[in-house]
Design a protein around this ligand. Structure first.
Ligand code: DCP
Ligand code: MG
Length: 449
């Protein structure tokens, strides 16, 4: 499930005499490190996480084959012999790596790489399936630890947070090192996991600093260090410079952050537009005013799946239909679990040539019901090319409104609703769909999947 958060800022007043100190904390090889807690026998080995999802009984057959005379049923995970774990070389399919242990990274393996490609680099790496519930559990745990020590925290996803140290006890000592060390120790005591922390004058620099001494490192950065520590780094290290911008910068002969900082700002504006051009110049000089956001609501929720083989809307209509429905059911259940309805329904398709298209429509009312989501998402299929083979399919709900259990839907701006309104939402949307289907005479869903 993917969650995007809007920026809701809460400016923190600074005390006289204190300087702005912002920390970025990022867990080390997060999914892999959580797996190593379960399988300590894999410590130090190249391990990658990806492919299938974890099943409780997944190693039973292999264990039985290893020694049929033994009762393996209650074997603790830490006692599973090494030879039981599948190696990358046995993998066939199109899955990608979510993360790899540092031992595996030495072979050039990393996040987002295809498993089969990684297998060529390190065939003996152990391949473990993903277990998102477990990663979420540890994510909650380490964030709880931080909140007790330094509560001005911005949640940036499963394994990273920003923390405003400025007003927090110990946050000014040694530029933040004392507090960073304490947080690292408390997280390790509670979870046995390590993390890396960068402390800097702002979020932009803190994010870069947290990578500098990874893993299990601390990097304290001041404005005076920008030229020596930041300028030698490639532009891509700036959070906000993606692969496309990086290519364009390289075409201008700009490879390093220092080169970007010294490039004529007017030319940057001419090439990249007023806002982004100006931002690029400021970022290269280590300037960033963004506040640490201590509270956020998701703005969208989505589910997507990549097929084992590319599917054709004509020949694999039934399979596509099933998957499409399943995605809608998952999104609906995510919405319900988190207590939201959504006004915008979106779809995403990636074709066999890796081109991605998205389409969405915003409804008059918020919905959360799987069938309704399926109907509206189905309408969007009319607006995409279904002649090409499809590699990935996704469904997204945006413009979320919170459903407060006592008051009905509540907008993220705090605007109130009522249970009655919620009922109205659904029945009115159903009416719309029914009238739409009558006018279409149900033809739409027969043509498409
Ligand atoms: N992740 C993923 N797909 C990616 C990148 C990351 O599923 N393309 C997941 C797996 C990671 C987690 O998110 O464990 C956190 O991402 P990071 O980029 O922080 O990577 P790691 O924590 O694994 O390693 P590092 O020690 O470099 O932070
Ligand atoms: Mg990490």
């Amino acid at each position: 499930m993917l969650l995007d958060a809007p920026s809701v800022t809460q400016p923190i007043p600074e005390k006289p005499g204190s300087i702005r100190r912002i920390a970025h904390l990022d867990m080390d090889a997060f999914y892999a490190s959580v797996e190593l807690l379960r399988y300590p026998q894999l410590k130090g080995l190249p391990v990658v996480i990806g492919g299938a999802r974890r099943r409780e009984d997944m190693y039973q057959e292999r264990l039985m084959a290893l020694d049929p005379t033994r009762d393996w049923r209650n074997t603790p995970p830490s006692d599973i012999p090494l030879e039981i774990f599948p190696r990358l070389s046995t993998y066939v399919g199109r899955g990608v790596i979510t993360t790899a242990t540092y031992a595996a990274r030495q072979f050039g393996i990393g996040s987002a790489m295809g498993l089969m490609k990684a297998s060529q680099l390190c065939p003996d790496a152990v391949l473990l399936p993903v277990d998102f519930d477990e990663y979420r559990k540890y994510s909650r745990l380490f964030k709880e630890v931080i909140m007790e020590i330094a509560p001005v925290m911005e949640d940036r996803g499963v394994d990273e947070v920003y923390i405003d140290f400025t007003e927090t006890a110990g946050g000014q000592r040694q530029g933040g090192r004392v507090l960073a060390r304490l947080i690292q120790k408390c997280i390790f005591d509670a979870t046995q996991l390590t993390c890396s922390i960068g402390v800097a004058p702002n979020k932009l620099l803190a994010k870069m600093a947290s990578e500098i001494n990874k893993p299990n490192g601390i990097c304290i950065l001041y404005e005076k260090d920008i030229q020596t520590q930041i300028w030698p780094l490639p532009c891509r290290k700036i959070n906000g410079i993606g692969p496309k911008t990086d290519e364009r910068l390289k075409a201008l002969g700009i490879n390093l952050i220092g080169e970007l900082a010294n490039y004529d700002p007017q030319l940057l504006i001419a090439y990249f537009g007023q806002n982004y051009g100006r931002w690029l110049n400021r970022a290269a000089h280590g300037l960033d005013d963004a506040q640490v956001v201590t509270y956020s609501e998701p703005v969208s929720l989505s589910r997507e799946t990549t097929f084992e083989r590319d599917l054709s809307a004509r020949h694999d209509k039934e399979r596509l239909g099933e998957v499409f429905t399943k995605l809608c059911v998952q999104v609906a259940s995510d919405l319900q679990r988190k207590g939201y309805l959504g006004k915008t329904v979106g779809i995403k398709l990636k074709y066999d040539n890796f081109k991605t298209v998205t389409r969405d429509q915003t409804l008059d009312m918020a919905i959360g019901d799987a069938k309704l989501i399926r109907q509206y998402a189905g309408q969007l299929l009319k607006r995409v090319d279904l002649n090409k083979r499809i590699r990935l399919l996704g469904v997204r709900m945006g413009s979320l409104v919170r459903v407060d259990s006592s008051n009905g839907p509540v907008g993220s701006d705090g605007s109130e609703g009522s249970k009655g309104l919620l009922q109205g939402v659904k029945s009115s949307a159903i009416e719309k769909i029914e009238s739409h289907n009558q006018s279409n005479q149900g033809g739409m869903n027969q043509e498409l999947f």
